[in-house]
Design a protein around this ligand. Structure first.
Ligand code: VG1
Ligand code: CO
Length: 544
């Protein structure tokens, strides 16, 4: 038996897992005991059973390897029989979810701060996923937080760092560590889900794309799948090498941070489709030639066409979307006669619905789409589903969008982010807004009359757990709405997210400018929440 070393420690404040794990500045994570306290708290709560396997992988950002080596020693001391780790410490979030499921691991540690920037002065994060491959539900993260507040020691063993770059098995203490190819299992899964032959045929007939991996984790996955297996021309994948600081950029696939891709797609040299993914590979951006597809629309369009893909034929059981995501998907569900679920923000709320077979596809307005193939959102999966649909239907992204709107109508949609707002000011804004809720119905803001206003609360239809306070909704009589939430992933001050939506039926103006269409909702949002008064800002930092 290897000797277990007990290291005394004291709790840190603020180790609450947010929307998607614990995210802080790297400098905070570098403090002695900081990551260890959190990891030990996870192990204390999940109590690995004899024989249990743990998956460890990250998005390759700065500090990834350090934490992985420590987590391996701690896993050995805490009784895990086996650790599966991606080569180089790399596993995209959806690939980690797949590895947990495929190898029957009891859970996994995913080291990522996702779309947040990386590097010594930027962000790091740790998230625990459970045996179904999905993010730990609130019941588990709540216990982890409670544990971080009383932790007194963590466990490790004396052992050298392992060679994370060499594939194969090594022993650490009494535990086996397998370094596995991070791409192979995932790429095989994608090949089972989609009609690769149909996509290859389109490619050989001249269908072109650009995929921007944003110097983040999807580079190696996209190279293997898009260029090697599907035959897209070399150079299709750009920024394909994962960098510890993402080349100094935000690996956030939106119109601000993927502007170069957007400009290409709006210009004369645009390929047929442009796509991008984020730091940990779970988000996706889809832009056709001259046509940006909002993530909310993407969910609806993919849901309406998903049965084209071989693995989904005849088995679309239901759709789920997060509350701030537009209701475009609801209209598809209604037309197809299947249920549509509205959950709080964060992928952890989809897990039960997917496990119970109630839904096949889910999505969020924040560029996340996924299905029951894993229990995370999945950037490349969404891109491949788009490719599969376009190849089989033989139409362009723009044509698909127009056909969709002509049938279902169009939900104009935008999200306005006010970043790094003073935390106290943001809290006051939300408190005052909530206090006003009972008085809003019937009030007019410009041309809009409030029909209903509430703070969103969700009861999980499977385990009946209740999650309150998940964002403020103000619904107007014409069917449009604004939603207000504070971000749970930021690491600096508070980020206020304002979500704006307006529906136009198929017979209405379905080819107008989003910004113009949403002007009344934007003005109403400012007035209702006193955004300028509380934040000192008259315009958002990021519009997506
Ligand atoms: C944001 C998004 C949410 C997403 C979460 C994690 O959370 O709004 O939809 O699930 O990020 O995505 P928040 O609390 O900041 O609004 V990722 O790709 O950062 O893991
Ligand atoms: Co992400």
């Amino acid at each position: 038996m290897t000797e277990i070393v007990t290291v005394p420690t004291a709790p840190f404040d603020g180790q609450a897992p947010g929307t998607s794990g614990l995210r802080k500045k790297v400098r905070i994570f570098q403090q002695a005991n900081y990551a260890e306290n959190f990891i030990q708290s996870v192990f204390d709560v999940v109590k690995p059973q004899p024989g249990a396997a743990l998956v460890i992988g990250g998005d390759g950002r700065f500090h990834n390897r350090t934490v992985i080596q420590q987590a391996i020693r701690m896993a050995a001391a805490n009784g895990y029989a086996r650790v599966l780790v991606g080569q180089g410490g790399i596993l995209s979030t959806p690939a980690a979810s797949h590895v947990i499921r495929k190898y029957g691991a009891s859970g996994g540690l995913i080291l990522s701060a996702s779309h947040n920037p990386g590097g010594p002065d930027e962000d790091f994060g740790i998230k625990y996923n459970i045996a179904n491959g999905g993010p730990a539900p609130e019941s588990v993260t709540g216990e982890i937080l409670a544990r971080t507040r009383e932790i007194a020691f963590w466990l490790t063993i004396e052992a050298e760092d392992i060679d994370l770059d060499r594939l194969g098995e090594v022993t650490v203490g009494d535990m086996t560590v397998e370094v596995l190819d991070p791409v192979a299992d995932y790429a095989d899964l994608m090949e089972q889900l989609f009609d690769f032959d149909a996509i290859r045929k389109a490619v050989s007939s001249g269908f072109t794309m650009r995929f921007d991996a944003m110097s983040a984790v999807t580079g190696p996955y996209a190279m293997e799948i898009l260029e090697n297996r599907l035959g897209f021309a070399p150079g299709t994948v750009v920024n394909g090498t994962p960098l510890e600081d993402f080349g100094g950029h935000h690996p956030d696939p939106n119109l601000i941070h993927a502007k170069e891709l957007y400009d290409l797609m709006m210009g004369p040299d645009a390929p047929d489709i442009g796509a991008a993914s984020d730091g940990d590979g779970d988000r996706n951006l889809i832009i056709g030639r001259g046509r940006f597809i909002t993530p909310s629309d993407s969910l609806a369009m993919l849901a309406a066409n998903i049965e084209i893909a071989p693995a989904y034929r005849g088995r679309l059981s239901g759709i789920a979307r997060s509350m701030p995501t537009s209701a475009a998907a609801d209209r598809v569900a209604e037309a197809l006669g299947i249920p549509c679920f509205e959950t709080p923000t964060g992928w952890k709320f989809f897990g039960n619905l997917l496990d119970a077979g109630k839904v096949t596809i889910c999505g969020e307005e924040s560029a996340g789409t996924g299905s029951d193939h894993v229990r995370e959102k999945d950037g490349l999966w969404a891109v491949l589903l788009w490719l599969n649909i376009l190849a089989v239907r033989d139409i362009s992204v723009d044509q698909l969008a127009r056909t969709h709107w002509a049938r279902f109508g169009r939900n104009y949609y935008a999200r306005h982010d006010y970043e790094a707002v003073d935390s106290a000011a943001a809290a006051t804004l939300m408190d005052e807004l909530k206090a006003r809720l009972p008085t809003l119905a019937g009030k007019m803001f410009g041309s809009l009359t409030v029909s209903r206003a509430d703070s969103f609360s969700y009861t999980d239809p499977v385990d009946h757990s209740v999650s309150e306070n998940q964002g403020v909704r103000v619904l107007f009589e014409d069917g449009s709405r604004v939603v207000f939430r504070l971000s749970g992933t930021g690491t600096q001050g508070a980020t206020l997210r304002v979500y704006l939506e307006r529906y136009e039926p198929a017979t209405g103006a379905i080819d107008a400018e989003t910004g113009v269409m949403l002007e009344p909702q934007i003005a109403a949002a400012h007035e209702i929440a006193g955004i300028a008064h509380h934040t000192g800002r008259s315009a958002p930092d990021v519009v997506t």
